[in-house]
Design a protein. Structure first.
Ligand SMILES: [Zn+2]
Length: 315
């Protein structure tokens, strides 16, 4: 059966799948990145893992994969297929697309993890059918994917969508990026965990605990939560003003709070807009499989659009 390899590389683990033309999952696998052995070992692990998936497809599904899609963290030069920088993997300028193409002998697409996840949310997840959307996962940090007519904008240098580093509190908390008062210092799951741990006096308390306390009406938690919601709304309204998206898709750990987040967030955004059109604000639908599903879409796109001739090979 015609299929592609989808591979999502995270800091510690990798998720992979074999996906058919129609988007059906044939096979799933996971593996540790082995980053404790250094950046070169991670690259070797990825290449070996992909080669095993290629062999698995040949053995169990009649023919090997026709293309591969790879989603990686950090800064990604998608046009040249280079993982330019990833702090958590120690990468600098790794030509992953060329390395994997050489290893497998099939077309390979390389994507930024959040943009790739956003591609999946926009096409087959929460934004299905939306021609203009913004995907914002609230996790350890905050990033964004700007969806335009079925693709995700990478920017001139691979930096587009970094809404987590929009300054929402000028002169505020220091950010590792070098600025002060960045959105992710106030509204990421990590920032809320930190703020709630300090406010409730339990160093182990996290954002999910804060959300529970909010739901039960704890005024201290409501104050911490609302500060995060207000910062998030400030950042999102900046994005809405610039991009005029039809749908805002909010994902990541903090979005798991459900209506505890979405109800005050929709109110906070509505209060702030004047002339801007209010987008629909919805929770992400694909969870932590978005990156892998998006990698599959990148690979399938290679077969149908960018390299039309490839699709005619080995049917
Ligand atoms: Zn920053």
């Amino acid at each position: 059966m015609r299929h592609v390899i989808a591979l999502d590389v995270g800091g510690t683990g990798m998720k992979a799948a074999l996906v058919t033309d129609g988007g059906e999952l044939l096979h799933r696998a996971r593996r540790a990145t082995g980053r404790e052995r250094g950046p070169d070992a991670v690259v070797a692990t990825i290449l070996d893992f992909a080669a095993e998936l290629y062999a698995y497809g040949a053995e169990h599904h009649g023919a090997p994969a026709l293309a591969a899609g790879l989603a990686v963290p950090g800064i990604v030069d998608e046009e040249h297929g280079v993982a330019a920088y990833a702090a958590n993997l120690g990468w600098r300028d790794v030509p992953l697309r060329a390395l994997l193409t050489e290893r497998l002998g099939i077309p390979v697409a390389l994507g930024h993890d959040v943009r790739t996840g956003g591609l999946a949310e926009g096409r087959i997840g929460a934004g299905k059918g939306a021609d203009r959307f913004l995907f914002v996962p609230l996790g350890t940090g905050i990033a964004g994917a700007i969806g335009i007519d079925g693709r995700v904008e990478a920017g001139a240098h691979g930096f587009a969508g970094e809404i987590g580093h929009v300054v929402v509190r000028p002169g505020g908390t220091d950010c590792p990026c070098g600025q002060r008062g960045c959105l992710e210092r106030y509204a990421s799951a990590s920032a809320v965990s930190e703020a709630w741990a300090a406010a409730c006096g339990d160093p182990d308390a996290d954002a999910a605990d804060c959300a529970k306390a909010v739901a039960s009406g704890d005024p201290n938690a409501v104050r911490v939560w609302q500060e995060a919601v207000d910062a998030l709304a400030d950042g999102l309204v900046t994005a809405v003003t610039l991009l005029d998206p039809r749908t805002l898709i909010i994902g990541g750990g903090l979005a798991e709070a459900g209506e505890v987040l979405f109800q005050p967030l929709r109110d906070a955004v509505r209060r702030r807009v004047t002339f801007q059109k209010l987008p629909t604000i919805v929770p992400a639908a694909l969870g932590d499989t978005a990156g892998c599903l998006g990698a599959g879409l990148l690979a399938r796109d290679l077969l149908t659009t960018t390299h039309p001739t490839t699709a005619e090979v080995s049917t």
